[in-house]
Design a binder for this molecule. Structure first.
Ligand code: C5P
Length: 225
């Protein structure tokens, strides 16, 4: 068999990770979180106190860094220069800095090349579910299934806030503002912006549960020739 690629794109808080991991589990496929790779470079840049607006310095950092990803959907992992950063990449500091790093074309070129290698390596054993912003459009335009997951900004902010363990209304408002800002940066950058590929199925998870979204994607996988 040729191997299946399922691309799952969408903005932050749309439920991409939960959905993508569950699809991978159910189909026995590998799982790649490309956002984690941009986050890992960001974490390293913050740690090394590199100016995140200095694209040349950021590009140089990314060229030197060695990123390793684990693609088990039950236990995805990410390390940079041999150091596991699974928890560090989820901090607010990284989340608010990552869009600047992800807008640097040289960083994208490096990571997209690595992402395609990870995908190619997974195909002989069945395939892979890949989540991000530009998977269906740039990383794997040949993916047999392309999903674009959306949800209202309010619902996405609530989910993010809950993930962060926040309780207050102010926290949700702040998370919403940060999410809005990140959406705008990711959608308006010149290099591979967040966009809906013309051949993607758009699923709005505002009113759909995780299992409803997963079932819809699995149904489409079953219908593949
Ligand atoms: O999906 P996640 O929220 O972890 O992604 C973090 C950031 O990484 C996004 O806001 C975006 O700037 C960047 N990203 C990207 N292309 C991808 C995946 C993530 O630019 N394929």
């Amino acid at each position: 068999a040729e191997g299946l690629i399922v691309a799952v794109d969408g903005p932050g808080g749309s439920g991409k990770s939960t959905v993508a991991r569950e699809i991978a589990r159910r189909l026995g496929l590998r799982y790649l979180d490309t956002g984690a790779m941009y986050r890992a470079v960001t974490q390293l840049a913050l740690e090394q106190r590199i100016d995140i607006e200095d694209s040349a310095a950021v590009a140089e950092l990314a060229e030197r860094a060695v990123i390793s990803v684990g693609t088990d959907p039950d236990e995805p992992s990410i390390a940079i220069d041999g150091v596991g950063v699974d928890a560090q990449i989820r901090t607010r500091a990284v989340t608010n800095a990552v869009s600047a790093i992800a807008a640097v074309p040289a960083v994208r070129a490096l990571l997209v090349t690595q992402q395609r290698q990870v995908i190619a390596a997974a195909l002989p054993a069945g395939g892979i579910v890949v989540e991000g912003r530009d998977i269906g459009s740039v990383v794997a335009p040949g993916a047999q299934i392309k999903v674009f997951l959306t949800a209202s900004t309010e619902v996405r902010a609530l989910r993010r806030s809950r993930q962060l363990g926040e309780k207050g209304v102010d926290d949700v408002a702040r998370t919403l503002a940060e999410l809005d800002r990140r959406d705008a940066l990711d959608s308006n950058r010149a290099a591979d912006p967040l966009a809906i590929p013309p051949d993607a199925v758009v699923l709005d998870s505002t009113a759909l549960s995780v299992s409803e979204v997963v079932d819809e994607v699995l149904r489409r996988c079953e219908q593949l020739p």
